[in-house]
Design a protein around this ligand. Structure first.
Ligand code: F6P
Length: 550
């Protein structure tokens, strides 16, 4: 970084060196995986054990990547983030999700404000409120205990809480269930409200801006549903006060909606939506798993923050994983990146990562406005193993494209079940180990022939190997480990953005569609003049809708 703008990474000597290395690079994981290499590339970050050895790189590539990090002053940008400098340049904001997990009493003053004290003041309120709901002290307006919490939010105000609610299922309190309404498709609210008892339902309206169309529409739908279904004669104001709370940075708008400001939980503009699940946005999760477990989750985040901030470059896991992603994207031609948790409870983790990584790094200009002259932003995607093995792994094994894949597994299962003498978790893990082995080493034509396969089928049954994977393991899927995993990917995302010189913390690309949806609303509802102003394709599609709506 310079005072005038980010370094164009392509002008660094490391970039030129990487280009040269890429040209001559002939991956050979069969030959490369010596005990020494595996030892060097098996790293510990908090409780995570990360094996990078099956990636397509060698010591020269690694040295050049680390030099690239130096030449773009990645460490300087990292310190600027942790210190609360306004590294979100296009919105002139600090980027301080790491402050959300600083321990009580830590010291960090940003823009004249003691942010640690602020964070813990809100956390204390969140915890106290959650305890009231969990203990039955907080009731609905008719005096009944809350049994269902419905979080209404979208994007960062939904994906994190849902993902963690699913991931930490064994930590949930019996008798309390969460549901999540995000989509403006009325089917979402329709399905999620179905079967609920309004007297025992609490709604949390979660929106950083409190201006998001989907969330406010769903909040109004839920309010109408509540008032319609509570016993007749129930005082409406009291009902909303007991059944609606809010999480937002815009507390004035919360009051306008009719929610008692005493039941609103704030956060700050220096928390990006996709980095907010460890702020009050996690309220539904705190109610579900309790303050103690949420505190463990925060401690997990913090442990990874400390690792990222202080571990030497050679053993710094987020740094090395982020740099490898740059290598794959800019030098080996990868477009996508698979995340494959061998843990059913992480089934929403890839979806969560999609917002984190793609809203952050899907940018074509650097943070000083200059166009990038290189690719940015991998497409992240994935599904839990072993389901994916029976769906899309074919393409990872034998397709024509390189798809770096992160495999995630836990030594101890969330549910330990046996099939007679067989520990089913061991069967499951055998698949986890087998897949990265198959991807790395493949199967040669000679090996296929040696199995007696007819010559005309040898090519189809050959596996090229040299398909890059990272294996991430941890003792168990605990709240702390989940926090470490999320923070790991936050920092990987940061590293990629820092190398590319982009602002990973704005999201201007979501605005145009929102504006156009507002403009098109009247046309969809039948305003012929507005319809006539649209392009022919849009006119034709809206007309189709109008003709076919039942
Ligand atoms: O439209 C994108 C976005 O702004 C995300 O960045 C954000 O997480 C989501 O919408 C929801 O925003 P809010 O929390 O303000 O309702």
């Amino acid at each position: 970084m310079t005072s005038s703008g980010p370094v164009d990474p392509t002008t660094t000597s490391a970039w030129a060196e990487l280009a040269r290395l890429a040209e001559a690079f002939r991956p050979d994981l069969r030959g490369a995986l010596t005990p020494a290499w595996v030892g060097d590339q098996s790293l510990e970050a908090a409780e995570l054990h990360v094996d990078l050895s099956k990636n397509l790189f060698d010591a020269d590539v690694e040295a050049a990547l680390l030099r690239l990090a130096e030449e773009v002053d990645l460490a300087g940008r990292r310190e600027a983030m942790f210190a609360g400098e306004h590294i979100n340049v296009t919105e002139d904001r600090a980027v301080l999700h790491t402050a959300l997990r600083l321990p009580r009493g830590a010291s960090l003053t940003v823009d004249g404000q003691d942010v640690v004290a602020d964070v813990h003041e809100v956390l204390d309120r969140v915890y106290a409120f959650a305890e009231r709901v969990r203990s039955g002290d907080w009731t609905g307006v008719t005096g009944k205990r809350i049994e269902t919490v419905v979080n209404i939010g979208i994007g960062g105000s939904d994906l994190g809480p849902v993902m963690a609610y699913e991931a930490l299922e064994p930590y949930r309190q019996d008798g309390l269930t969460c549901r999540f309404i995000s989509n403006i498709d009325p089917t979402d609210a329709g399905q999620k409200l179905s079967g609920l008892d309004p007297e025992t339902t609490l709604f949390i309206v979660s929106s950083k801006t409190f201006g998001t169309l989907e969330t406010l529409t769903n909040a109004r739908l839920c309010k109408a549903w509540l008032l319609e279904h509570l016993p007749s004669g129930t005082d409406e104001k009291a009902a909303v006060a007991q059944h609606f709370v809010a999480v937002s940075t815009a507390l004035d708008k919360v009051a306008d909606f009719g929610i008692d400001p005493a039941n609103a939980f704030g956060f700050w503009d220096w928390v990006g939506g996709r980095y907010s699940m460890d702020s009050a946005i996690g309220l539904s999760l705190v109610v579900a798993i309790g303050p103690e477990h949420f505190a463990e989750l925060l401690a997990g985040f913090h442990a990874m923050d400390e690792h990222f901030r202080t571990a030497p470059a050679e053993s710094n896991v987020p740094l090395k994983m982020g740099l490898l992603n740059v290598w794959y994207t800019n030098f080996l031609g990868a477009h996508t990146h698979a995340v494959l948790p061998y843990a059913q409870l992480l089934h929403r983790f890839p979806a969560y990562l999609q917002q984190l990584t793609m809203e952050s790094n899907g940018k074509s200009v650097r943070w000083d406005g200059a166009a990038v002259g290189y690719d940015t932003g991998e497409v992240f995607w994935g599904e839990p193993g072993t389901n994916g093995q029976h769906a899309f792994y074919q393409l990872i094994h034998q397709g024509t494209r390189i798809i770096p894949a992160d495999f995630i597994a836990f030594a101890t299962p969330s549910y330990g079940l046996r099939d007679g003498d067989t520990d089913v978790h061991e069967l499951f893990l055998a698949n986890f180990f087998a897949q990265t082995k198959a991807l790395a080493f493949g199967k040669t034509a000679d090996e296929v022939r040696a199995e007696g396969v007819a010559e005309d089928l040898v090519a189809a049954r050959t596996f090229p190997g040299n398909r890059p994977t990272t294996s991430i393991m941890a003792p168990a899927l605990t709240p702390g480990v989940l926090g470490q995993l999320i923070a790991l990917y936050e920092h990987i995302t940061f590293v990629e953005g820092a190398v590319w010189g982009i602002d990973s913390f704005d999201q201007w690309g979501v605005e145009l569609g929102k504006q156009l949806a507002q403009q098109l609303g009247p046309a969809v509802s039948g305003d012929a003049d507005v319809l006539a102003q649209q392009d022919p394709s849009t006119q034709s599609l809206i007309s189709y809708y109008q003709e076919h709506r039942a």
